[in-house]
Design a protein around this ligand. Structure first.
Ligand SMILES: NC(=O)c1ccc[n+]([C@@H]2O[C@H](COP(=O)([O-])OP(=O)(O)OC[C@H]3O[C@@H](n4cnc5c(N)ncnc54)[C@H](OP(=O)(O)O)[C@@H]3O)[C@@H](O)[C@H]2O)c1
Length: 301
């Protein structure tokens, strides 16, 4: 298949591109900078220069490929509305371009919080209607709505930590806060959990979902249902040889920075349906093993 990938230079996207190429697919990657274009070209990926703010570039990429995987995201955590609007516009533009074509459109989503009092499942719909004013622009429901217009749309919800060596995401931010403060904190009593997945497993899941998933499916890129915040803090404390301390939940943002809001949340999920439907079995190391092995740095002294 010829696959157009947005976010092809990103954390999950670059592993996904490697996975697609290894499986024999042809890839065109969206690149917004010369540096990203060069790194993609070095892998043998065709480059489409463009930007999330230039939805015509997204339309051109989607129109020219057999399938589209949308992983780009502005991740403007200081101004989430900027990212939400861009996500809404991108999913809308790609969906409109593919309408009536029957072509595959796989896009990234996040896990639901445990508002329902149990780990989220693939059957739990996103509570957010389409609209730039909603988290992620309500893009899961927006993207899946294109199934009615003959788009083979599929959602993959990534665990809040898609971890591994080189990760610059949430766990890296928590490790950075620990180093800056000289203590490794956990919010509240440390019992809240995050689902986790290794990047290599996430990328393989994206490829399998692209190849096999029925239209309208939702998948969970979740290798571990929930790792407690205390376990995460203890692992970071061990590698940096610093004390592990509780942080009151109402001081989480002050202590951890922007990530404090998410770190205090309980976000657990199962992937039973995903495993059954795709024959996916996570193989990468767990989150604590990755941290202890030094994926986020090692002892300072
Ligand atoms: N990583 C996780 O743990 C996690 C968890 C839940 C959901 N997700 C979702 O999964 C998707 C992929 O995440 P990720 O961790 O791979 O993100 P990432 O490492 O931050 O990569 C983001 C990608 O988007 C591109 N991008 C950013 N702004 C852009 C713009 N204005 N125009 C065009 N491209 C732009 C980046 O290009 P450059 O390389 O040029 O900067 C990069 O390729 C995102 O939707 C994310 O929200 C990730």
């Amino acid at each position: 298949m010829h696959v157009f990938v947005t976010g092809a230079s990103g954390w999950i996207g670059s592993a996904t591109v490697d996975e697609l190429l290894a499986a024999g697919h042809e890839v065109t990657g969206l690149a917004r900078s010369e540096a990203s274009a060069e790194s993609l070209a070095a892998k043998g990926v065709a480059v489409l220069r463009g930007d999330l703010d230039d939805v015509d570039s997204l339309r051109r990429g989607a129109a020219s490929a057999d399938a589209t995987i949308h992983l780009a995201n502005k991740h403007d955590f200081a101004n989430p509305k900027v990212s939400d609007l861009a996500e809404y516009n991108a999913v809308n533009a790609i969906g409109e371009t593919l309408a009536g074509s029957g072509r595959r459109f796989l896009f990234a989503a996040g896990l639901m919080t445990r508002a329902q009092g149990r780990p989220a499942t693939e059957d739990d719909p996103s509570p957010f209607p389409p609209g730039p004013e909603h988290p992620r622009g309500g893009s899961e429901n927006l993207g899946l709505s294109f199934v009615e217009r003959d788009v083979h749309a599929v959602s993959v919800r990534f665990a809040p930590t898609t971890h591994g060596v080189g990760d610059h995401g949430f766990i890296a931010a928590i490790a950075t806060a620990a180093l800056a403060r000289g203590v490794s904190g956990y919010p509240g009593d440390g019992g809240n959990r995050w689902a986790a997945v290794h990047r290599s497993d996430a990328a393989r899941l994206v490829r399998l979902a692209l190849e096999q998933a029925p239209a309208g499916s939702r998948f969970h890129a979740v290798g571990e249902e929930g790792v407690t915040k205390r376990e995460i803090a203890e692992a970071i404390g061990a590698v940096f040889d610093i004390p592990v301390v509780p942080v009151p939940e109402d001081r989480a943002v002050e202590h951890f920075g922007f990530i404090g809001r998410f770190f205090a949340m309980d976000m657990t999920a199962t992937a039973l349906r995903t495993r059954e439907m795709l024959g996916w079995a996570p193989m990468g190391p767990g989150l604590v093993d990755d941290i202890v092995a030094g994926a986020y740095g090692t002892q300072i002294s």
